[in-house]
Design a protein around this ligand. Structure first.
Ligand code: PEP
Ligand code: MG
Length: 325
């Protein structure tokens, strides 16, 4: 199977109906960089910057981070890298930061909430990203945004840092794109202005699903009860796809489900055109996508919906069993 996937490496994920699905990879450590070539990913859809903070026993310095980010951009050789700003709190606790005892850390003081309340670290990180760019394009994504004003405030920090670099006479990024992760249900229902304000959105399905089903992503006992292919969840995701299409907002999906072939197929069938996943999943997802017609997959979803099914999984598995190998 590995050889079969390797032979697909330089081919697009083009379906039988002619849709091309962009397959990107998730990364966060230097050890992930060789996968940029090996996996055949179109770029890095999610670079989890907190991993560099978690593997240290003290706060990394700006110059250190800038050197790391520059190496990531070098390895990408012009392909887009979407840097997600620090997503700490919840399950990711920095050993050198004072722990906050919270009854519900997943819904607590985490990610952009920390960044906006204590902007020092986020600003240092943004400076490192700008410097690492050295005239190349910069793509920044803010995690766990719940409201428009949070996004605007975070983006203001970035713009102020860019102005500061300019005053210092430093090289500026050639182009800056600023987006948000969509991982709270509230954001799916944000005013249209939000969808117009962001340069792009990426659905963080791991968090979004946990809040949609009110099922802790870390708790095996409850998390397995709920299916990503449940029609209520797919309907919700489809609503996001529609709102992005209406506002002309580029949308991707970067949760773990993007790397599961059947899930990836269903996401593509409801209109997702960019998926970001762990590098090892790029081959298997591409292999399946190249064998399917999204119109057929879509019809399977519609039929299951019309029949009142809870999940489209059984019907989709049945459909896949009829495909040519
Ligand atoms: C997500 O929530 O889906 C996501 C990609 O971010 P993380 O898994 O790092 O929370
Ligand atoms: Mg998340």
């Amino acid at each position: 199977a590995q050889e079969r996937y390797a032979s697909l490496r330089d081919r697009p994920a083009r379906t039988r109906c002619g849709s091309v699905i962009g397959l990107q990879m998730n990364a966060g450590l230097m050890a992930d960089l060789p996968s940029l070539e090996e996996s055949g990913a179109d770029g890095v859809g999610l670079f989890r910057t907190e991993l560099q903070f978690l593997v240290r026993n003290k706060m990394p310095r700006r110059g250190e981070l800038a050197a790391i980010y520059a190496r990531v951009l070098d390895a990408a050789r012009g392909r887009r890298v979407t840097f997600r700003t620090l997503d700490i709190g919840s399950d990711k606790v920095l050993p050198y930061m004072k722990p906050h005892d919270e009854p519900n850390p997943a819904m607590g003081w985490r990610a952009i909430r920390v960044g906006l309340d204590r902007p020092g670290v986020m600003r240092m990180q943004l400076q490192a990203l700008i410097r690492a760019t050295r005239g190349r394009p910069l793509t920044v994504m803010f995690p766990f945004v719940t409201r428009l004003d949070e996004f605007l405030e975070a983006r203001d920090h970035l713009m102020r840092e860019i102005e500061r670099e300019e005053r210092l006479g430093h090289v500026l990024p050639k182009r800056v794109e600023v987006g948000a992760m969509l991982e709270t249900p509230a954001l799916a229902h944000a005013p249209r202005r939000f969808f117009e304000a962001v340069d792009f959105l990426s659905i963080g399905g791991n968090d979004l699903k946990q809040f949609f089903f009110a099922a802790d992503r870390e708790n095996e006992r409850v998390r397995r009860r709920y299916d990503t292919l449940s029609l209520s969840y797919l309907d919700f995701i489809e609503g996001i796809v529609r709102r992005c299409a209406e506002a002309g907002t580029p949308l991707s999906f970067c949760g773990e489900d993007a790397g599961r072939p059947v899930e990836a197929l269903c996401l593509a069938a409801i209109g997702m055109r960019t998926l970001s996943m762990r590098p090892a999943s790029v081959g298997p997802v591409k292999h399946l996508l190249r064998r399917v017609d999204l119109r057929d997959a879509r019809a399977v979803i519609e039929d299951a919906r019309a029949a009142g099914a809870d999940s489209v999984r059984p019907a989709m598995m049945h459909h896949l069993a009829t495909l040519d190998p």
